[in-house]
Design a protein around this ligand. Structure first.
Ligand SMILES: O=C(O)CCC(=O)C(=O)O
Ligand SMILES: [Fe+2]
Length: 328
């Protein structure tokens, strides 16, 4: 792990991914290279039509959260690096640049205004606290595709398996404009593959933020358990003892849980909030059932409280890591 910027702290973690994870991600992306890799950033015009972004011309592909063992391992490793819960890792996003595509200057959790400052987030909106941008292939100096932080005079060259790590908020919990960055265009004929791993201030298992339902599709598969001590285990135990007086198994009646206030019960068994995260944050406690089995109680008092506490710890952790590295 190399600290490539003192203030704000930015790190490059060489070999963040193992060789077998890289091969796995190569397979995932090459299986999807045709149609489904084609997602582009766009805005809606007044007539409801899509206007594709000139600012971000690359395409991307989102992977289901906890989709398989290797993806889970990557999510957990990143969360452990910064001391945040793995549930807060957003679904991984693979990005592809080809034929000179680029992603202009931006900040990962807010809009950059004309004067270079950042739009203030709505109180209560989820915040992308931490970014790991992982490179899936290496590029030479003359091939373009570096990640550049113009305010910091920093350029990171893609190195297969390495991740660049930075916090999008400062130690006080404010958005940090210094970490605005861009993906420089790749040279003609050169492709670049990368992966965004963002850690949010809110659990991704608790609710979905998207109106399009995309996130819902990216939640873990029903029945997939994060932790064997989750209630499902107890549930299964009681299932096997669920016999009638003749010792035969009685048909199980599925209990239907009530969705939380403001939520609807979707066909996949997840509770989806109909009104986005803001009103939920006004509630002191939101109890959400995920994929029938996983129950998570989320205390959403104030995003700042949630965000800043662990982040301060992270910064301490990062400093500790740095000392360890120096000592070794
Ligand atoms: O491709 C890169 O180097 C950075 C991409 C990026 O910043 C993003 O996708 O948010
Ligand atoms: Fe970014």
């Amino acid at each position: 792990m190399e600290r490539v910027c003192e203030e704000p702290p930015i790190y490059v973690i060489h070999n963040f991914l193992t060789e077998s994870e890289l091969v796995h991600l190569d397979q995932v992306r090459s299986g999807k290279e045709s149609a489904s890799f084609g997602r582009k950033s766009y805005m809606m015009d007044k007539g409801g039509g899509r206007v594709f972004s000139e600012h971000r011309t690359s395409t991307f592909l989102s992977l289901r959260k906890m989709g398989d063992g290797k993806i889970r391992a990557i999510e957990s490793r990143a969360a452990e690096y910064v001391g945040l819960p793995v549930d807060n890792v957003e679904p991984l996003q693979i990005v592809r640049y080809k034929n000179g595509q680029h992603f202009g200057l931006h900040h990962d959790c807010s809009e950059v205004l004309q004067d270079g400052s950042l739009a203030l987030p709505e109180p209560g909106d989820p915040v992308r606290l931490v970014t790991f941008f992982v490179y899936l292939n290496s590029l030479e100096d003359d091939q373009g595709g570096c990640t550049s932080f113009p305010e910091l005079g920093l350029r990171v060259r893609p190195e297969r398996g390495a991740a660049v790590l930075f916090c999008n908020i400062d130690a006080k919990g404010n958005l940090d404009p210094r970490v605005k960055h861009e993906a420089e265009p790749t040279q003609p004929g050169i492709s670049k593959f990368g992966m965004n791993l963002w850690i949010s201030s809110v659990s991704q298992l608790a609710y979905t933020q998207s109106k399009s339902g995309l996130r819902l599709a990216l939640l873990p598969k029903p029945g997939l358990k994060a932790d064997p001590s989750e209630p499902e285990a107890a549930d299964n135990a009681s299932k096997s003892n669920d016999k009638n007086s003749n010792g035969e198994k009685s048909p199980r009646k599925r209990k239907r849980r009530e969705p939380p206030r403001g939520g609807v019960c979707s066909t996949s068994g997840c509770w989806r909030m109909t009104h986005g995260p803001k009103p939920i944050l006004k509630q002191l406690e939101v109890r959400t059932t995920i994929c029938n089995n996983m129950i998570s109680t989320v205390l959403l008092r104030n995003v700042r409280n949630i965000a800043v506490e662990p982040l301060n710890n992270n910064i301490k952790n990062l400093v500790i890591m740095k000392k360890d590295i120096r000592a070794s």
